[in-house]
Design a protein around this ligand. Structure first.
Ligand SMILES: Cc1ncc(COP(=O)(O)O)c(C=O)c1O
Length: 362
């Protein structure tokens, strides 16, 4: 297939044959995104601005209820820019212990010069007593510059932080003179699950990152939103990191379609996650979380197969999942996994569950 025809084919057509539950990052652009890209007005974003990027940034600021927003090449970079813009060298960044910023991104401490400190939590929500202790003046002999939240929470199986929890964390941080960053890579999933406008969630954070390339289906990119002065500092850091791109309107055009047309349908992904979880939960030896959004975690420890074996067996049946530790799988629903694909996946889980001998894994 040539690149041209590949771009024109619908993602659903390309998907036939495999059910890819590895991540919502596998979603491909919609036909409307390709159209918007083709007609986008372009400029030099590193020189005097790209009109389509400016349009995305204005729309994202409005959606997220913030003064300003900035395009970033990835959610990882948006989080890094939030930290660089708000936490100084030798300051402490507090983050829930299982959060993406702590588990996967804290190596960026080598660049930021900040110290990442984990706060243990349950379902993605920090223990408030431990947070209060960490924020006590003089506790670290270092100033805490930033507190990071994450919703929906990837490692907590897509759990959504209760707004009351976010409010307590925000007020505690403010009381200690720290700012709050929300890793909102999947925050539109959280907004849909809570049935509230995004701005009701972001009210409890100074800055927020939103990934355009997960359930929202843009091919790349993220946005960082917050106060204009913070976003201005983040722009400067983006330039330093080489993250300022030229005719970035190509990516921003898809991002605009993502935030203006793709939010409502996330409810379908959540319904499919529930269908998948309920089906798997009925199979012998398997237990699952009750999904609040689009992530299903499957505990395979009582099946006789470890997660790697499950992943390999499911792959042979055309169902792709990811191992999430020794005895756990992660399945993520998205635009290319409708009810039909979920039923195919359930059949595969049923077949593999029948092959295990049911002994507990070591
Ligand atoms: C909660 C969260 N934040 C940030 C990221 C980083 O996204 P990316 O790898 O697209 O930069 C991810 C990726 O899965 C994530 O789950």
């Amino acid at each position: 297939m040539t690149q041209q025809t590949s771009a024109m084919a619908t993602p659903e057509a390309e998907d036939r044959g495999t059910v890819d539950l590895r991540s919502d990052t596998v979603t491909r652009p919609t036909p409307q995104m390709y159209d918007r890209i083709a007609s986008a007005s372009l400029g030099d974003d590193g020189l005097d601005g790209d009109p389509t990027a400016l349009e995305l940034e204005a729309e994202a600021a409005r959606l997220l209820g913030k003064e300003a927003a900035m395009y970033a090449p990835s959610a990882t970079m948006a989080n890094l820019l939030a930290i660089l813009a708000q936490a100084g060298r030798q300051e402490v960044v507090l983050a829930e212990a299982a959060s993406h910023i702590y588990v996967t991104e804290r190596g960026a401490g080598a660049l930021t010069g900040a110290f990442y400190q984990p706060i243990a939590g349950v379902d993605g929500a920090m223990d408030l007593g431990l947070l209060a202790q960490a924020l006590e003046p003089g506790r670290n002999k270092l100033r805490t510059g930033l507190v990071c939240l994450e919703t929906s929470h990837n490692n907590a199986g897509g759990a959504v932080l209760p707004l009351a929890h976010m409010q307590v964390v925000f007020e505690a941080a403010k009381g200690a003179g720290a700012t709050v960053h929300l890793d909102g890579a999947r925050m539109m999933n959280a907004a849909v699950a809570l049935g509230v406008p995004a701005a009701e969630i972001t009210a409890f954070a100074d800055t927020v990152s939103l990934c355009l390339s997960k359930g929202l289906s843009a091919p790349m990119g993220a946005v960082l939103a917050g106060p204009a002065s913070t976003i201005q500092r983040a722009r400067w850091h983006r330039k330093l990191l080489g993250g300022s791109q030229r005719q970035v309107g190509i990516a921003a055009a898809a991002g605009l379609v993502a935030i203006t047309t793709m939010v409502g349908r996330l409810a379908d992904d959540h319904a499919c996650a529930r269908r998948l979880a309920h089906g798997i939960g009925r199979l012998p030896g398997l237990s699952v979380n009750e999904p609040q959004t689009n992530i299903v975690q499957v505990d395979v420890s009582a099946t006789g197969f470890d997660a790697a074996r499950w992943e390999a067996e499911l792959r042979k049946l055309g169902v792709l999942v990811r191992t999430w530790g020794r005895n756990r799988l992660r399945c993520v629903t998205h635009r290319h996994t409708g009810e039909r694909e979920i039923d195919v996946a359930l059949d595969a889980f049923r077949v593999v569950a029948g092959r295990g001998d049911g002994t507990p894994a070591g």
